[in-house]
Design a protein around this ligand. Structure first.
Ligand code: PLP
Length: 198
């Protein structure tokens, strides 16, 4: 589990060229930019991400795609394009990160299988979020990684994200803001006020 897709993407330490869709979700792009990756914007067409022969010739380490619901244009990646990407990733040993944000809501057509569900080579890192099915402020998401990456993802998550209990942190921050300023010089007094407030 993660605190959402932003954090899930941050765990993908590819260290090399990353393809993003053009246009793409600004948040994920910002996370990767801050981490110093070499981002390559690949145009999309009606079937999803559409790399030109020159793009395909220069291998990426990771491709970030939104197959269920391209952000922000909204189209669904075609089956042919899904197969092409999977085959390319399998042949060239690169990773696909499938951002399945918004996939739960489908009004006009039957859902297609996810890339992760079609993947036989263990190339797809699937990231999902409860931001829409529950609510965005909850900040809960998840990442499903191929077996070969499970250990390094678990280690990176444990090492990087030791932020602990977010809800309790928020309550404490509010307590400090509202009441703590004058009393926190006296630890005993602040503590007894805190327990009375809970
Ligand atoms: C395509 C896409 N991915 C990810 C996110 C953010 O997901 P989370 O809130 O779980 O970090 C959004 C939010 O708008 C989005 O549109």
């Amino acid at each position: 589990m993660t605190t959402g897709i932003h954090q899930s993407i941050d765990l993908a330490d590819a260290g090399d060229t990353i393809w993003t869709e053009d246009p793409c979700y600004w948040g994920v792009r910002s996370v990767l930019q801050v981490s110093g990756f070499d981002l390559k914007a690949i145009p999309v067409d009606a079937e999803g991400i559409a790399p030109a022969p020159a793009d395909l010739a220069a291998l990426p380490k990771l491709m970030l795609v939104t197959p269920s619901h391209q952000y922000p244009l909204g189209m669904v990646m075609s089956l042919a394009r899904r197969r092409m990407l999977l085959e390319y990733a399998r042949q060239h040993r690169c990773w696909i990160s499938e951002d399945d944000y918004d996939s739960e809501f489908r009004y006009g057509s039957r859902p297609l299988a996810s890339l992760q569900g079609m993947d036989t080579g263990g190339q797809v890192i699937y990231v999902g979020s409860f931001g829409k099915t529950l609510f965005p402020g909850l900040r809960i998401g998840y990442v499903v990684v191929p077996e070969a990456l499970a250990e390094s993802f678990a280690m990176a998550s444990a090492e990087l994200y030791r932020e602990g209990q977010l809800l309790q942190q928020a309550v404490l921050a509010e307590f400090i803001e509202q009441r703590g300023t004058s009393r926190r010089t006296s630890g005993a007094c602040a503590c007894s006020t805190a327990s009375a407030a809970t």
